[in-house]
Ligand binder design. Structure first.
Ligand code: KG4
Ligand code: ZN
Length: 339
């Protein structure tokens, strides 16, 4: 049995978790900075990094308390090395290394996207491999063929805005605050008239996505450039339908083509109720989606991914760096942060 303390700080959530054998979470404490960033309508990187400094140690203490876990039960420490905001990553990675050094524990730098995918191993059932992973978050929209743990092939991804980013931008247009996904979803559910149709970028012949045209269409619509402005609930509904229609159809088609045993949905947008529903409806293979709290950024998923790389743990004092952007060769996802 291996017990990991995991830390996540890549964007605007400070989180710490205690995870056993990459599958059983004893605690998962998430301190959200959403309120702090709602005024600016998005994450201000410097503000996020400073808040991580303040929140991190209390969050780690709470994670250990809630897990009723003493330090001598922790076997290794993991933290997100990237992708993410550089200042935010530096705080979590180095705090985690400091803890590992002080406790004489090995350290596992972990990839954030692999973390999102591995959140699917924290549920009641173990997904079969190979699987197709649809990662939809604020920073990423990726279709990854997961042959095994640590072995990913990127089949496609967004050419412009990430799906979550589109939710956040459209929420700003509708004055709904940040993050935009949950309020858009709530507003969409209240729409009585459901006929408005917004564009869908299918990018046929490719496994890529594009959401910036949709965002521009919403901007024109709410500015009255295309005629009378529809009620906000109808705009929210039509926008959400467009995003989930494209994500679900493309993911279902690629899952079929690749002959995988499961479709894994992950990332903040996977918390979206309509997406969860429609992916289940359309997928030709069994669908796995983490419970909503494990879809948005959290440290439990980092613990789940890190456990798959126990053999790559390094001494805390090793030369390590963050990697703010996705590795160019996605097969290297698992190697992220090591050099
Ligand atoms: O994975 P995540 O927490 O952070 C990143 O790695 O980016 O994803 C955050 C994104 C935000 O853009 C947020 O608006 C979106 O996930 N999101 C949602 C929902 N909950 C969060 N989008 C649609 N529907 C939701 N219920
Ligand atoms: Zn994320």
């Amino acid at each position: 049995m291996t017990t990991l303390l995991a830390i996540e700080s890549s964007c605007d959530e400070t989180s710490a978790a205690v995870v056993v054998d990459g599958t059983r979470l004893l605690s998962n404490v998430v301190a959200s900075q959403a309120e702090l960033h709602s005024e600016s309508g998005g994450v201000v990187p410097e503000v996020a990094a400073r808040q991580h400094v303040r929140a991190l140690l209390p969050v780690v203490r709470r994670a250990l308390d809630e897990a009723e876990c003493s330090w001598d039960r922790i076997d290794a420490v993991a933290a997100t090395a990237g992708p993410g905001l550089p200042g935010a990553l530096v705080v979590g990675l180095n705090a985690a290394r400091g803890i590992a050094y002080a406790r004489g524990l090995p350290f596992i730098p972990t990839d954030h996207i692999e973390g999102h995918v591995c959140a699917n191993w924290l549920g009641p059932e173990e997904p079969p491999l190979p699987a197709l992973a649809l990662v939809v978050s604020g920073g990423h929209t990726e279709l990854l063929l997961m042959e095994d743990h640590g072995r990913f092939e990127r089949l496609g991804g967004t050419r412009d805005d990430a799906a979550g980013e589109a939710f956040d931008k459209v929420a700003r247009l509708l004055d709904l605050g940040y993050p935009g996904g949950p309020p858009i979803s709530r507003l969409a559910a209240t729409a009585t008239e459901r006929t408005l149709k917004l564009p869908r970028a299918w990018l046929r012949g490719s496994d890529d996505f594009s959401f910036s045209g949709l965002k521009t269409a919403v901007a024109r619509l709410v500015a009255g450039e295309d005629g009378p402005v529809p009620p906000p609930a109808e705009v929210a509904w039509a926008f959400e339908e467009s995003v989930v229609d494209v994500l679900s159809r493309k993911a279902a088609r690629v899952a079929e083509r690749e002959g995988v045993g499961a479709l894994l949905v992950a990332g903040g947008v996977a918390a979206n109720r309509r997406l969860r529903e429609i992916v289940q409806e359309r997928s030709p293979v069994p669908v796995f989606i983490p419970e909503p709290i494990l879809c948005t950024d959290n440290a439990a998923m980092i613990g789940a991914a890190a456990w798959r790389h126990l053999d790559e743990a390094v001494p805390a004092e090793s030369s390590l760096d963050i990697h703010p952007t996705v590795k160019r060769d996605p097969r290297q996802l698992a190697r992220a942060g090591r050099r």
